[in-house]
Ligand binder design. Structure first.
Ligand code: C5P
Ligand code: MG
Length: 186
């Protein structure tokens, strides 16, 4: 990967806001490689190591795992892909994630897709999605919402200050969201 010339787009939004769904569609239409920080972490947890088990515990509490873990997983995945156009979803979840990415990967994103959706809609989607995730239960969902408000919204504010946020309301159908998303990538 030519890291200096790589394009990185961060995709942020509450749990259930459509990040994974839209990223799959962006990959199909616009030739990006997509990594979900949450998926990489769930894969890491399945390794069954002590560090993996510690991450599982934090995820069950809706907490953000140490940035060194997440950023190293992302860096390795980016390197292995051989690509130079990346969509990274569910990251940076807090300002420490963001600082560590800059430090380890060496450059910032081009822009942030911000998927904005009311909590009551998110809650219904999460409780209905049946992906078998350990954190899609009402107790953990409430904690994830709080973590999102307390720690992820400041990241969005940070990038808003840099004029890098593309704000999209995702309380509508998948196709309607993708229409708005497409207009950004075209
Ligand atoms: O993005 P997703 O909902 O799949 O993330 C699931 C969980 O993984 C989060 O609630 C959090 O515990 C953990 N996570 C994290 N740091 C990230 C992304 C996800 O700690 N950057
Ligand atoms: Mg996801």
């Amino acid at each position: 990967m030519g890291e200096a010339s790589a394009t990185v787009v961060f995709v942020l939004g509450g749990p259930g806001s459509g990040k994974g769904t839209q990223c799959a569609k962006i990959v199909d239409s616009f030739g990006y490689v997509h990594f979900s920080a949450g998926d990489l972490l769930r894969q890491f947890v399945r390794s069954g190591t002590k560090e993996g088990n510690e991450c599982a515990e934090m995820m069950q509490q809706g907490k953000i795992v140490p940035s060194s873990v997440t950023v190293n997983l992302l860096k390795q995945a980016m390197k292995d892909s051989g690509s130079s156009k990346f969509l990274i979803d569910g990251f940076p979840r807090n300002l420490e994630n963001r600082d560590t990415f800059l430090e380890v990967v060496g450059h910032d994103c081009s822009f942030v897709l911000f998927f904005d959706c009311p909590e009551d809609v998110l809650e219904k989607r999460l409780l209905n999605r049946a992906e078998g995730r350990a954190d899609d239960n009402i107790e953990t969902i409430k904690k994830r919402f709080k973590t999102y408000q307390d720690q992820t919204m400041p990241v969005i504010e940070h990038y808003r200050g840099m004029d890098k946020v593309k704000h999209i309301k995702t309380d509508v159908s998948i196709d309607e969201v993708f229409e708005k998303v497409s207009a950004i990538f075209k």
